[in-house]
Design a protein around this ligand. Structure first.
Ligand SMILES: [Mg+2]
Length: 132
């Protein structure tokens, strides 16, 4: 599967890329604006992402804004709800839990840093990207 990782910190991008390397090819970007560009380009290439890992706190465009824009673009492209890209929101602190709850209709899952590989793989299974 095709994976997109958006995080403004190099180390976080590297960690996620390492954890996901056995499950697909991942592209990495540093903010939400670039994530939108990559998302759009992948659709233009008829090779959309199956998974997007979105850091919440990013400059230029944050993860929440990016998520909503992705969903809007999918709506414009007439993509059915079941076929929307799976998005895992990633946050550094536990505090935004409440904020994230309001996004649960839009994102597939959320995780708190530091990301643990076992938990990440479990999430991928839970959202149907990996078989049990
Ligand atoms: Mg960040």
């Amino acid at each position: 599967m095709r994976i997109l990782i958006a995080d403004d910190e190099l180390i976080n991008r590297q960690i996620l890329q390492g954890m996901l390397k056995d499950y697909g090819d991942s592209d990495v970007v540093v903010n939400g604006r670039e994530a939108i560009d990559a998302f759009t380009m992948a659709h233009e290439q008829k090779s959309p992402y199956s998974l997007i890992c979105l850091d919440i706190m990013m400059p230029v465009m944050d993860g929440c804004e990016t998520l909503l824009l992705i969903r809007e673009l999918e709506k414009e492209m007439k993509i059915k709800k079941a076929d929307r890209v799976k998005v895992i929101m990633i946050t550094a602190v536990d505090r935004p839990k409440e904020i994230l709850k309001s996004y649960t209709g839009e994102c597939s899952a959320y995780m708190i840093k530091p990301i643990n590989k076992k938990a990440l793989i479990k999430q991928l299974k839970d959202i149907g990207l990996l078989e049990e």
